[in-house]
Design a protein around this ligand. Structure first.
Ligand code: FAD
Ligand code: NAP
Length: 335
């Protein structure tokens, strides 16, 4: 077992420099069992580092998940059940599904990070969340080294949430995730955002799975800062969900406020709009800031500090609270 003393800079998409007790590659379950018997602690599990904010040097061993493999374990005329190593890149898995003409994942094209982190926050985009085609996951208990399978009802998936982000935080190392993908009669979700407009612009009237994926990629590349050029972790905050009564009050004061109904009692308000109205879009302080096109994205232009980014996040939070009396919460995991 090799423990590498390396900066975390190349291991998080904010590009933040920090030390740790050492980085250990986990290439298979055996590597993890070997690590656990050493009794080294504490530890933190790392995938692609695209949903973490490193605010300080980390007093823990970093377990870098590299467990690979994509295997069809069952299939019938309609669907396949596919088991994926948690260290596979999410987007590579999407590309694999597309090349096998399998539907389900296309709206989640180009999301950075690993397959193992997808259930962590139930990744979602363009009206689809991974729970829609999730079957189960395999994990190893970090204290007792015992294998456990979690089925969908045990994962408590919610909007950018799961049991692994809450009650079971840091307690299980997810090693494999199993998904059910469609071979035929797949229902495409194209109602969301600009998907329909992009398909129309590209003169596609009967889209395929790949057409939807291509449209999502086109939209994302036009709107989102590429972490390879500007350090970021995607949406920093979750969109708040507020009671109808609060929404009605706000709507009378801010008639142009966008909103999306969640159910009869709750309404989702885009956090990006709230941040923009609170005057923080494009705000820059030294090497960090709020992105000028996407107010939901905090950025490190290079050389910024994690703790300063966290202070900026708190400032953004309090500006929104002050103006709208809405508390916005980070989606990103704070390390
Ligand atoms: P990491 O950042 O490495 O880890 C995130 C958390 O999961 C950490 O707490 C870590 O300890 C834990 N974890 C990671 N792997 C495991 C494992 N195997 N077992 C147990 N715990 C684990 N997210 C969306 O939902 N939708 C989007 O559309 C989206 N777009 C994005 C766009 C950009 C440009 C960026 C930078 C990020 C975006 N994200 C989006 C956020 C991010 O890509 C996802 O949350 C992704 O799933 C994180 O994967 P990761 O491997 O990088 O996780
Ligand atoms: P957008 O299309 O500009 O929309 C702004 C917000 O409004 C989104 O956050 C979205 O909520 C909500 N929204 C838009 N249309 C909706 C509809 N028809 N029904 C319900 N809610 C709607 O958003 P964007 O920033 O370009 O992102 C596009 C998609 O990619 C979104 O789904 C977003 O979540 C996802 N994304 C996520 C991250 C991340 O890091 N988590 C980063 C980039 C993009 P939802 O967020 O709930 O979908």
């Amino acid at each position: 077992m090799e423990i590498r003393q390396e900066s975390l800079k190349a291991y998080n998409t904010f590009g933040l420099d920090a030390t740790s007790k050492g980085i250990i590659s986990i290439n298979n379950e055996q590597d993890l069992f070997e690590y656990l018997v050493q009794g080294l602690s504490p530890s933190k599990i790392l995938g692609g580092g695209s949903n973490i904010l490193v605010t300080q040097d980390i007093d823990a061993y970093i377990l870098k998940n590299n467990i690979k493999g994509i295997e069809i374990i069952d299939e019938d005329d309609d669907q396949v059940i596919v088991k994926v190593g948690a260290g596979e890149s999410w987007h590579q898995f999407v590309l694999w599904a597309l090349s096998h003409h399998l539907g389900g994942v296309e709206n989640l094209s180009l999301i950075p990070g690993s397959v193992g982190a997808a259930p962590m926050q139930n990744i979602g985009a363009y009206g689809v969340e991974q729970e829609a085609f999730f079957h189960s996951l395999n994990a190893i208990d970090m204290i007792h080294g015992i294998r456990k399978t979690f089925f969908k009802n045990e994962c408590h998936f919610g909007y950018r949430e799961s049991i692994f982000k809450n009650e079971l935080k840091d307690q299980y190392f997810i090693t494999h995730v199993t998904y059910i993908l469609s071979k035929r009669n797949h229902h495409l979700h194209i109602e969301y955002g600009a998907i329909k407009e992009v398909l129309a612009k590209n003169e596609i009237s009967t889209p395929t799975i790949r057409d939807v994926s291509d449209a999502v990629i086109e939209i994302r590349q036009s709107k989102l800062p590429d972490p390879k050029r500007i350090g970021n972790a995607g949406s920093f905050f979750k969109n708040p969900v507020i009671p109808i009564s609060q929404y009605q009050d706000l709507k009378s004061r801010f008639p142009e406020m966008p909103s999306y109904p969640v159910d009869e009692l709750l309404i989702k308000v885009p956090a990006g709009w709230l941040i923009e109205q609170a005057g923080m879009k494009g705000y820059t302080k030294g090497q960090i800031g709020v992105h000028k096109l996407q107010a939901l994205v905090l950025v490190n232009y290079g050389g910024g500090q994690g703790n300063d980014l966290w202070q900026l996040a708190l400032d953004v939070q309090s500006k929104v609270l002050e103006k709208f009396n809405i508390n916005i919460h980070p989606e990103v995991n704070i390390w």
